[in-house]
Each structure stands twice: as C-alpha cells, then as structure tokens.
Design a protein around this ligand. Sequence first.
Ligand SMILES: Cc1cc2nc3c(=O)[nH]c(=O)nc-3n(C[C@H](O)[C@H](O)[C@H](O)COP(=O)(O)OP(=O)(O)OC[C@H]3O[C@@H](n4cnc5c(N)ncnc54)[C@H](O)[C@@H]3O)c2cc1C
Length: 470
Amino acid sequence: MTGWDEKKDIIVIGSGLAGLAAAIEAAQAGAAVIVIEKMKVTGGNTRISDGGLAAPGNYLQKKHGIADSAELFYEDMLRAGLGLNHPHLVRIVAERAAETIEWTRNELGVRYLDRLDRFGGHSAARCLTTKGHLGADIIKAQTAKLKELGVEIRTRCLLKNFIVDRDGTTVCGINIQANYQFPDEDSGTAKKMGVNRAIILATGGFGNDLAFCRLQLPELDETIHSTNHRGATSEGLVAALRIGALPVHLSWIQMGPWGCPDEKGYGKGARFASYSVFPAGILIDPATGSRFVNEWGDRRHRTEAMLRAGHACFGIVDSIGAEKDSASLKDCLKRGKVKGFQNLADLAAACGIPSSPLSKTFNDYNNAIAAGQPDVFGKPLGPDTPPLKKPPFYAMRLWPKLHYTAGGIGINSKAQVINLQGQPIPRLFAAGEVSGGIHGASRLGSCSLTECLVFGRIAGQAAAAGKHRT
Ligand SMILES: Cc1cc2nc3c(=O)[nH]c(=O)nc-3n(C[C@H](O)[C@H](O)[C@H](O)COP(=O)(O)OP(=O)(O)OC[C@H]3O[C@@H](n4cnc5c(N)ncnc54)[C@H](O)[C@@H]3O)c2cc1C
C-alpha cells in the first residue's frame, strides 16, 4: 500500500506504562519507533496512579525475609478473578514480575520506598511503591530513556482506525488525527501512518467512558463517578474490535471501594482509605452502626457489599492506624474529606450513625483482636490491625467509583492480538489495560502496573522481531 504521510517500523499507540515499555524494548532491538498519544500530556492513568507494583520474590521481600512465590501470587490472582483469568497470561505476569522490577531499577533508574504493602486479597506483603508514590515516577524515567534512544512521543495524535492490507487481515497502518484537541472529534488533520513491522496498541482502559461502560453494564448510572484520567475512553479498543479482535470480559468493570463521594476523580481520600482505613480501620454502615464486610478483602467483595448497603458508608480509623499514611491524612483533614473526633459519641453524632451499636462494633472488633480470635468477616487481624482505641478517631465517607476495566481485547502469550478464532491478527500487538483476560472478574491492587510492564516489554520485543514488510 502507498500514500502514507509517514512510515515507521513500529507505531506504539498510547504513552502509558505499557506503551512506553513496549517502545523502549522495540527501539533497543533496533526498530525505528514512534509513540502517538491523543492527549496533550503523556502517561494516561499510569501518571496519576499510586505507583504500586506487586511482585513476588522482589528484592525488598528478600531483604526483609518475607516468604512469597510466583505460585502464591498466581493463586491469589485466580482466586480474586473467580478463575475467569486466562491462566497462561497470569503465569507470565507472576513469573516475570520480580525481574521486571529489577529492569525498572537497573535500566530506568526507578527508585522505590523501603516499604512493602499488602493489599486486600494478596497473601503476602509484596507491593513496592515508587519513591514519589506516583506512576508518574516511572513515566518520567521511561520518557528519559526514550529520549536517549531517539524515540519521538507525539502528543495530540489520535488513533482513529486501523488500515489492513488487501488480504483483509494484516495490519499495515493507521488513520490518525494530528493536532487533535481532546475531546473534539472534528479537531485536527486526518493523516495516514504506515508500518514496516508492527503496531502496538496500548491505549489503556475505558473507565472514564461512562457511555461505553453502560453498554456493558446497564446498571451503572450517572451517579457513579470515575477515578480515571479524562482520556480513558474506548475508541482504541473499538478500532481493534472493528478489525476482528476478540473481545474478552468487557463487562468486568471494577469499582474502587475507596472512592470518596465528597471529591472529584481519584482525589486524596482514596489513598488514605487504601493505606490506612482499610488495613487498620473498619467500614461502617451508617444505617446500622455495624461492620458488614472484610475491609481487607478483594475489591469486588467490598464494592458489592457497599452497593448492597445502598448509600455512602463510613471508613473509621484511630490515630495509630491513621499514621500509616500521615501525609494523606494531613491533606484530607485540610480539605475536609476526613474529620477527626476526640470520642466515638461525637463521631457518631456528626456522621449520623447510631451511637450504641457503633460502640458495640468497636468493642467486638477490639475484643477479637485482644483475644486473638478470627474476625467474623474474615479480615486478617495481624500486626497491621491494631485495636481501635487511641483518639482522635478519623472518619470519611466512602462510595465506589469506576476504577479499572479488566476486559479488553484478547492477546496470546506473545502479546499478539487474537481474532475470533484465537489466531493472531498479523502485525498487531497489544499490552496493558486495553487487553483483557489477565485479571478475570477482579484485579488485585498493584497488579496492573506490573502486568503493563511485563506485557509491554513482551509486545515491544515480539513486534521488533517481526519481519520487515517488503
Ligand atoms: C487513580 C488510579 C490509581 C491507580 N493506582 C494503581 C497502582 O498503584 N497500581 C496498579 O497496579 N494499578 C493502579 N491503577 C491502574 C493502572 O494505573 C492502570 O491500569 C495502568 O496505568 C494502565 O496503563 P496502560 O499503559 O495500559 O494505560 P494508560 O496509562 O492509561 O495509557 C494509555 C494512553 O493511551 C492514550 N490513548 C487512549 N486512546 C488513544 C487513541 N485513540 N489514540 C492515541 N492515544 C490514545 C491515553 O490517552 C493514555 O495516555 C490505578 C488507576 C487509577 C485510575
């Protein structure tokens, strides 16, 4: 095919974690690569993420003597995913996670906090967090590496459609809108870009595309907000579906139980809830003053329980638990998203919770910890769950928000996009949240960034190894 405005060996679509990892690998393998990005800024959801990466057998676990294994991680992911996960893909993430962390340290110079977190549904403390507590730390390091490799990241460049060869299946280019102004569909100039080797789709999830989410899950209404960046929309995924890519688990849309209805987007409260309230505190239904779920269970269980309650719930933690994330606490208090109280009676009155059931809930919870009894909801009561005794007691409202789209297009273990027959679509690869199947029904916290890096790198290597078109 001729008539290209521009041609490269490989085009990577999307400048998040997966796309940039793919671009680095492809460029290091000698391919001429370009990354296109529709927004003005790079980094997508990765940029605003908490920078948490789960990796069994990582260097910090070794340093702190924490026992863990790829097998345990694999089992955790399958349990949370209700076994819907595509096991061969999960296995790859589990087995390559620790070496991928080393790659970020050695190749990109990413630095991590000297701390490991254990999130709901994980059997071990295995989550590393970047020094700045943001995915942007890795995006910056990847961008610097790409600059060194001479790879252009072209922003405001929207993928519209894939172009296929006369055979009707082999992908050979894309239609784009250059100088695109999100979200104005008529903005920019239409152009055609061709490839000699391959295209890597890394356009992320569609968690901020309520219309598309509702096509999958009609029960979602306008009251449900999203934690995602504005560009987390579905058109990249839809372009791949149009040329025959396999849709996988599109209706498994994950909501985050840590959403604070009193602020927009992800906000500051979500982090405080994840790092302090859920591990060290309790979740209360204000209608009853009681707990109703394992606060450290997987996201799906917690979200479903909250939706069943039917109204915003209160996360409560004491001053010892709040110290786990004192920086977020300070921020949230200043913004009025979290409120502090010297005693439970004042907290109950201010939050509209019946006082005596609330005291009973606290007593039961603290007594179980003191007696070393198992928790009634199955929360692991270990050293991370001190009794809730020391004022001030902090409370915040919580209501689920759209957070992650586990479904996407089907890929195989080489990150090749597969069609409805399970066969690779020639020259088309995908990685990251745009792909589906790895997390099944529910993604465990801190497993996406790991997956994006593992499969981004695989896609970049495999795409570069493809034959040149003649
Ligand atoms: C607030 C928040 C916190 C999170 N924290 C964590 C965490 O700590 N750990 C974890 O594992 N996961 C976390 N996640 C999930 C994780 O951040 C994402 O799943 C992951 O970053 C997705 O990476 P990606 O490369 O697939 O997509 P993204 O990082 O979203 O990048 C995709 C890019 O493609 C661009 N794009 C989309 N469509 C087009 C198009 N048509 N043309 C051109 N460009 C396009 C987008 O604008 C975007 O820049 C979090 C998510 C959110 C929202």
